[in-house]
Ligand binder design. Structure first.
Ligand code: GDP
Ligand code: MG
Length: 461
């Protein structure tokens, strides 16, 4: 894809009323349009590059002043898009903004498509694709942590790592070329040496992928499933955590049939809370609930944190025991609910039976223990997310896929060398690994993928 050469304009600030609103213009005609629509108070010489000038946005055709505004001109190439860029800082009312935008369009600009400013920044080499995506992530970030991760990616932390892995691979490729062209050369590296070099880069990809799951949690939320027997109070707990009535709660067993998912923020950690139908012998359930029960098992598989909700007023059932043993090794909390109607003896017996599983006693009805539960959830996810905040990582499915692809090609290359195949056989795999990595920085990415990525942007970005 090539950057188009026309001049684009859009309202860069959110729709609605605000103290100021900005119309942004980018392209070769930006300066000319500025001269046509803006009269600087201090005359034309007041309009110095990269300095704000005060003046009037003026519609010559209709001979009306549209606003008193500040304008700034950022000449190419030192601007976000690397083109001539103008920003008009007007008063932030929808009518003013539209009038000013319309004026720039009449003076020759074209309305920008969503993400087009950032697309131009990418196509003109000002930022790479991972950074362009970070612009979108930063704007869309739902928690402070997600924002700080996006800000680091915008600064190019991920891109730098990927490029350096790519360099390492290109170095191996050059060694292979030498070995193929001059097989007699005593300095030609052995397959063992090549494997070692490739393995170094494979490890670095491993590390990036290792952080990826945490990165995804940071962006999307830690998938947290409420599991347990029917009527244990899972739906009531969901409502209590959300502090609103989201799920239907009744004393009829099997009320919840489908999965309910809701985002939630617990102490800065984004959570996706998932209420399930609950686990009970299928023969007791009708057809719809059976499907719900199957889905509960899927939720169990996919969740990163399990809340095992147990009715503390009843003895531990066989299926609850089974749930505790079967989820061994998973990140989980045992949540003993209905403390308001459970005897202390029974609660003690439950806590003993839970063994090593971190346990919290609550009442979803009275709110008892809810703060402790929130703390415990935070503790389960918090330490890792803290660790994540300081190290570069991947939090984007597209990037994860590209890294996995690169990893597979590297493994194939290493396997070929290991089998003592001629080393140029590994060359193709290494080249493929490089182009997989290129999908992250955008060095090798199709127009379709670009369109898909930039279609997620909002107008004016
Ligand atoms: N006393 C008491 N009743 C509760 C508590 N939590 C849930 N319940 C009741 O238990 C029944 C089942 O609750 P529900 O949330 O639908 O259970 P689910 O099947 O696990 O989703 C309902 O009648 C709730 O009002 C609690 O903490 N204390
Ligand atoms: Mg329910």
């Amino acid at each position: 894809m090539e950057a188009s050469k026309d001049t684009i304009a859009a309202i860069a600030t959110p729709m609605g009323r605000g103290g100021i609103g900005i119309v942004r213009i980018s392209g070769p005609a930006a300066h000319q349009i500025l001269e046509r629509v803006f009269i600087p108070r201090g005359g034309a010489e007041a309009m110095e590059p990269r300095r704000l000038a005060y003046g009037e946005v003026y519609d010559h055709e209709h001979q009306v002043a549209l606003d008193q505004a500040m304008a700034v001109f950022m000449p190419a190439p030192h601007s976000f898009t690397t083109e001539d860029v103008v920003e008009l800082q007007c008063h932030g009312g929808p009518q003013v903004m539209h009038a000013v935008l319309d004026l720039t369009l009449r003076e020759g600009a074209r309305l920008a498509t969503p993400g087009e400013f950032t697309l131009r920044a990418f196509l003109n080499g000002r930022i790479d694709l991972a950074q362009a995506e970070a612009v979108c992530d930063l704007i869309e970030a739902k928690t402070p942590r997600a924002a700080s991760l996006a800000a680091r990616q915008l600064a190019g932390v991920l891109s730098k790592q990927v490029l350096s892995i790519e360099e390492g691979l290109l170095h191996v490729l050059s060694l292979i070329t030498v070995a193929v062209d001059f097989p007699e050369d005593a300095d030609a590296p052995s397959n063992g040496e090549l494997i070692q070099l490739l393995d170094q880069q494979r490890l670095r990809i491993d590390e990036l992928l290792h952080g990826a799951e945490l990165g995804l949690s940071c962006r999307e939320g830690v998938r947290t499933a409420l599991l347990g027997s029917v009527n244990a109070g899972k739906s009531k707990l969901m409502n209590a955590l959300l502090q609103r009535d989201r799920a239907i709660v009744t004393s009829v067993p099997g009320t919840t049939r489908d999965l309910l998912e809701e985002p939630l923020n617990i102490g800065g950690i984004p959570i996706i809370l998932c209420d399930t139908a609950g686990l009970r012998p299928e023969e007791e359930a009708d057809e719809v609930e059976k499907i719900g029960i199957k889905r509960s098992y899927i939720a169990l598989e996919q969740a990163q944190l399990l809340l095992l909700v147990i009715d503390a007023s009843l003895p531990l059932s066989g299926s609850e025991r089974k749930l505790i043993t079967e989820t061994k090794g998973r990140r989980r909390l045992a949540v003993f609910n209905k403390a308001d109607i459970a005897s202390q003896d029974r609660i003690n017996a439950h806590l003993a039976a839970a063994g090593g599983v971190p346990s919290i006693v609550i009442s979803a009805k009275t709110g008892q223990g809810m703060d402790e539960l929130r703390d415990a959830i935070r503790q389960q996810c918090g330490d890792e997310l803290d660790a994540v905040a300081v190290s570069p990582l991947v939090n984007n499915l597209r990037h994860i896929e590209a890294l996995r692809e690169a990893q597979q090609h590297l493994e194939a290359a290493i396997a070929a060398l290991d089998e003592d195949l001629p080393c140029d056989m590994a060359g193709i795999d290494i080249e493929n690994a490089c182009s997989a990595l290129g999908k992250i920085t955008g060095n090798s990415v199709s127009d379709e993928v670009l369109k898909e990525i930039f279609s997620r942007f909002c107008l004016g970005k």
